[in-house]
Design a protein around this ligand. Structure first.
Ligand SMILES: [Zn+2]
Length: 255
């Protein structure tokens, strides 16, 4: 199967982890690069084997939630997903998972997938290589200790990545996954949530990875947007799947 890093199709799974490791080793990056990679183009330059979206002819999208679990928001998100038979992928902050293993269990019980979002949601781009390694490995360990399977997916906090971050994820055998559309960017902090969701839905394509948040700060507007988004996706014929399901849906899928 193939996935797309921006517009360029690449083979998935057969050699992606090996390629990621090889690319970062060749780069020979001994120190972390402090430049922030907050655009898709910059992320592609630093981490070309990461997933940005998936090439699929099927009407599938993956909804991903970062920064949880958080008892203020996660239960409501799970209630909305369960009520509409939608499945999502949650990139968990390890220490939050340890603090709320009940929410981790609830995510797993709903068929949702869990990925690693580091131990403390650190600014990885400013850490030493050892610090990056500790955040990535520590996040995985905490998520497992909270009762989840070993994460196979990784997303750096704020989407900021460097060669050191890419190497740490590869060493942990976790596939880095970014995203194409961010719910909170469309709905903003004021104005009609419904208008933002309409603009978001207009940009949706098969294989899109959508980012939302269920922790970290006030997510009440995200919760307002979610039912509109889920209903809008259903009305357009889209089905919500986990990232692993989306990755497996591409041409020649072997997962
Ligand atoms: Zn985050």
């Amino acid at each position: 199967m193939r996935f797309v890093a921006l517009a360029r199709p690449r083979r998935w799974l057969a050699n992606s982890l090996a390629l990621t490791m090889a690319a970062t080793v060749v780069a020979g990056c001994g120190a972390n690069d402090p430049r922030q990679t907050d655009t898709p183009e910059a992320r592609e330059r630093v981490q070309s084997h990461a997933v940005f979206r998936v090439t699929t002819g099927r009407p599938l999208v993956a909804l991903t939630f970062d920064d949880g679990p958080d008892p203020r928001w996660t239960p409501a998100v799970l209630g909305l997903l369960g009520g509409r038979f939608g499945r999502a992928t949650f990139f968990l902050v390890g220490r939050s998972a340890l603090a709320h293993p009940d929410l981790v269990r609830a995510e797993l019980a709903g068929g949702d997938e869990i990925g690693n979002h580091t131990l403390t949601h650190a600014h990885l781009e400013f850490l030493t290589p050892a610090g990056v390694q500790a955040e990535v490995a520590g996040g995985s360990r905490a998520i497992v200790a909270a009762g989840a399977p070993r994460p196979l997916l990784f997303r750096p906090p704020r989407g900021f990545t460097t060669k050191v971050v890419a190497r740490a994820a590869a060493r942990a055998r976790e596939q880095t996954v970014f995203w194409g559309l961010t719910v909170e960017r469309f709905i903003g902090r004021r104005g009609a949530v419904a208008d933002g969701v309409s603009r978001l839905l207009a940009r949706m394509r098969p294989g899109t990875v959508v980012l939302a948040h269920d922790g970290g700060m006030d997510r009440s507007r995200t919760l307002q947007a979610l039912p509109l988004l889920l209903d809008g996706l259903a009305a357009r014929g889209y089905r919500l799947v986990t990232l692993s399901e989306l990755l497996a849906s591409g041409p020649g899928a072997s997962l």
